[in-house]
Design a protein around this ligand. Structure first.
Ligand code: FES
Length: 258
């Protein structure tokens, strides 16, 4: 984990209220895995004081070397400030933090499920899995079409299934139904989204009585991002306490809800 200050290469609204920032990939972040995150310090000086936890979104080859992206919804002062960064502006980040997704070796069929901005780390995971020659189906859910990551930005090999609550794109409803259909097909599943989505997915896993591994990437409320403040504590049903920033954000879905 290191603190780095980077110059923004590109900043754009990608869709709906969702923004993308491209930055040069520093040596310190070269080993970052899909599902790991950074704390991004927004604003001038110490206001706001606390960083925003943002997943590594994806990487690309830029004109001067590797670049990485952060994808985020504009939901408050910090993310509004971030979205107004322009090419050449500086941004301080601390990372890579947390435990990312852990795809099993020697399995082929990968099911990725994202709710809302939960798509952010799944795109980088899909990039990686496709590069490795695995089959990837990505299920994305949102309230409406405006919240769905553009299909044109995904690797062509990814099969995309969309579910929207208002039926404005894909099938009407939530990601739970396509997850239920595809769970028997996959060798391993990965999910990122709100807690209500994880509870619904766990309901499917429980009733289907499958032993398929499902990794959940939690979106915790994080103040420090490094195991000091306990703002991100979660309480698995079996008991005990886990810190999203330190023990996760990736957990086995069953460890949280079973
Ligand atoms: S964010 Fe401070 S302990 Fe996790």
């Amino acid at each position: 984990m290191q603190s780095v200050t980077l110059e923004v290469i590109e900043s754009a609204r990608l869709y709906g209220e969702t923004h993308i920032l491209w930055l040069p990939l520093p040596e310190a972040f070269a080993t970052a895995q899909p599902g790991q995150f950074v704390m991004a310090y927004c604003g001038e000086g110490y206001d706001p004081l606390l960083g925003r936890a943002l997943s590594f979104h994806r990487t690309r080859q830029g004109a001067s070397g590797l670049e990485f992206a952060l994808l985020f919804d504009v939901v408050g002062r910090g993310t509004d400030w971030l979205a107004r960064r322009e090419r050449g502006d500086e941004l301080r980040l601390v990372g890579p933090l947390g435990r990312g997704f852990e795809p099993r070796p020697n399995v082929q069929r990968m099911l990725l499920v994202g709710g809302g901005i939960g798509v952010a780390p799944l795109v980088g995971l899909a990039d990686r899995l496709v590069e490795e020659g695995r089959e990837v189906t990505l299920v994305l859910g949102a309230r409406s079409e405006a919240g769905i990551f553009p299909a044109s930005q995904l690797p062509p090999a990814v099969e995309l299934i969309v579910a929207t609550e208002d039926g404005s794109a894909g099938e009407r409803g939530r990601v739970t139904a396509p997850f239920q259909r595809l769970l028997p097909w996959c060798d391993q599943a990965f999910a990122c989204g709100p807690n209500a989505m994880f509870e619904a997915l766990h309901g499917v896993v429980r009733t289907s009585q499958t032993a398929k591994p499902v990794q959940a990437l939690l979106e915790g409320v994080m103040a420090c991002g490094m195991g000091i403040c306990y703002s991100c504590a979660v309480f698995p049903r079996r008991g005990g306490v886990k810190l999203v920033c330190h023990d996760g954000p990736m957990f086995d879905l069953r460890d949280l809800y079973a």
